[in-house]
Design a protein around this ligand. Structure first.
Ligand code: C2O
Ligand code: CU
Length: 503
């Protein structure tokens, strides 16, 4: 039996869940031989999902219970007051657990729209992945949902809704999974969450998305219209750096003029956990005059390397250890291609100017190394093997009505890319557009293969315009997993597909 995709609404797919048979031949570009033939979908409610969760559970795990409310609130961004949606703080209060712990979060929705929470980067059970209509029903206004899952891998993660453009409001927070072995190379840590901000200052992300749709193809007349701001451009990003103009960028919820101050001591080693929670902005980050030792990409360890400046696409995280100098030093985050920055001050007590515009201008001139050239440590690197199945993801846009496509199609949850448990899966992402795309895979941490070399393990990686990026992963987490660009406007406009376990 073959279910016609036209006869299936998104909601229906989730309700049918287990036992659904799809026409996987329609997925088109599978090139792994016979393994792309059709099969029964392994849905979020499959016993296989339950079994994978049991295999993750470890002895001595703790259970952490948290209650969250998504609601409308006002925040002082530092002389600017924004009326927005949040989990009560900006950024949301971090959740901190230990590797292997069971996390239980009850989310109550007091918003006027349905919502959800996606636990970005966590290899969790599929039915807790927080994708409305694919892995759960949306959480209606006034409703609630309890997420409960084991977090198997230590690292810097975060969470946000997977509903509309809600990510571009204040609905985001860090999720830190500690390793009992953490702490050897640093004395203290500081989480820095970066964001581009427009909500509640006369526009909403929903209105911005409608504008993009109405305009069709944005970023075409770069500053050529009198009185119109130039659209963001960046050589580092190989072309367009954004589709939306933001009045502010924030570090830990504050504009650059009113930065958060972190009390630090000279000589102290601080593990910076950098998280890019922006919707449309890549950030370059540096501490002028202070080298950063990069230790983790998207939570997974890399061979430590000392850099003056790093780059984070939307959704990405980097952990870097810095040694505090004998003066107050800013952690500067430049919105790539936008001439805007945000900062957090590592304060040694000596009063320092927060007027770091000239330092930011210097940072903008540095050469930023290729982040996909970071190398996974031997402990986590995936060995190079012939893939059992290869899927191409051709990234294009913007088309008519600002559509962004993968393999020529906008998102359709019934037309996933089939994979099977136990396979080595290769994704060949080809960017045929003028803009960079931070491509994110749910539920797995892939191995970047840059120029045949072993790159970092990551769950999100930038694919530059005109370039191809190859990533491999072990299909070891059954379910239906979204794969998409982490530019929220691109993903809303269609740049998403499903890695679909079948049997
Ligand atoms: Cu952080 Cu599907 O995304
Ligand atoms: Cu994109």
């Amino acid at each position: 039996m073959t279910v016609q995709s036209t006869s299936l609404g998104r909601r229906d797919l989730f309700r049918l869940g287990l036992g659904l048979v799809v026409a996987t031949g329609a997925a088109g570009c599978a090139s792994g031989g016979g393994s792309s033939s059709g099969g029964t979908l392994i849905g979020p409610k499959s016993p296989k999902v339950e079994a994978a969760e049991r295999a993750r559970q470890i002895a001595g795990a703790r259970r952490t219970s948290i209650k969250l409310t998504a609601l409308q609130t006002e925040f002082d961004l530092g002389g600017v007051t924004a009326n927005t949606w949040s989990y009560g703080e900006l950024p949301g209060k971090e959740i901190r657990i230990r590797r292997g712990d069971l996390l239980n979060v009850e989310l109550r929705n007091q918003l006027s729209q349905p919502t959800s929470i996606h636990w970005h980067g966590v290899a969790l059970r599929n039915d807790m992945d927080g994708v409305p209509d694919l892995t759960q029903s949306e959480i209606v206004p006034g409703g609630s949902f309890t997420y409960e899952f084991t977090a198997p891998d230590p690292g810097t993660y975060w969470f946000h809704p997977h509903s509309g453009a809600q990510l571009d409001r204040g609905l985001y927070a860090p999720l830190i999974v500690e390793d009992p072995e953490d702490g050897g190379n640093y004395d203290t840590e500081l989480v820095v969450v970066l964001d581009d901000w427009l909500d509640g200052l006369g526009r909403t992300p929903d209105a911005v998305f409608e504008e993009l749709r109405a305009k069709g193809m944005p970023n075409m007349d770069h500053g050529s219209m009198p009185g119109m701001p130039a659209m963001p451009k960046s050589d580092l990003l190989g072309g367009d750096a954004g589709d939306v103009i933001y009045p502010h960028v924030l570090a830990n919820g504050k504009v650059w003029k009113a930065p958060q101050t972190f009390a630090a001591k000279p000589g102290q080693r601080i593990r910076l956990r950098l998280i890019n929670a922006a919707a449309d902005t890549a950030f370059r980050v540096g501490v002028p005059g202070v080298p950063m030792t990069v230790t983790h990409a998207d939570g997974f360890p890399v061979v430590p390397v000392e850099l003056d400046v790093v780059l984070l696409g939307m959704g990405e995280r980097l952990d870097c250890v810095v040694t505090v100098p004998d003066r107050t030093a800013p952690v500067l985050a430049l919105a790539e291609g936008r001439g805007q920055f945000a900062q957090v001050l590592l304060s040694t007590g000596v009063a320092a100017s927060t007027d770091n515009e000239s330092l930011a201008a210097e940072l903008a001139k540095l050469v930023v190394p290729e982040m996909n050239a970071l190398q996974a440590t031997d402990s986590v690197a995936l060995p190079l093997r012939e893939p059992d199945v290869t899927h191409d993801l051709v990234l294009e846009g913007p088309g008519d009505k600002y559509s962004w496509t993968i393999n020529g199609k906008v998102y359709d949850p019934t037309e996933g890319l089939p994979i099977r448990s136990g396979q080595v899966v290769r994704l060949r992402m080809q960017n045929k557009s003028q803009m960079f795309h931070p491509m994110h895979v749910h539920g797995h941490t892939f191995q970047v293969r840059a120029n045949g070399k072993t790159g970092p393990r990551r769950d999100t990686a930038i694919v530059l315009p005109g370039r191809e990026l190859i990533v491999d992963f072990d299909a070891d987490n059954p379910g239906q997993w979204l794969t998409h660009c982490h530019n929220i406007y691109h993903s809303e406009a269609g740049m998403m597909t499903v890695l679909s376990y079948v049997e």
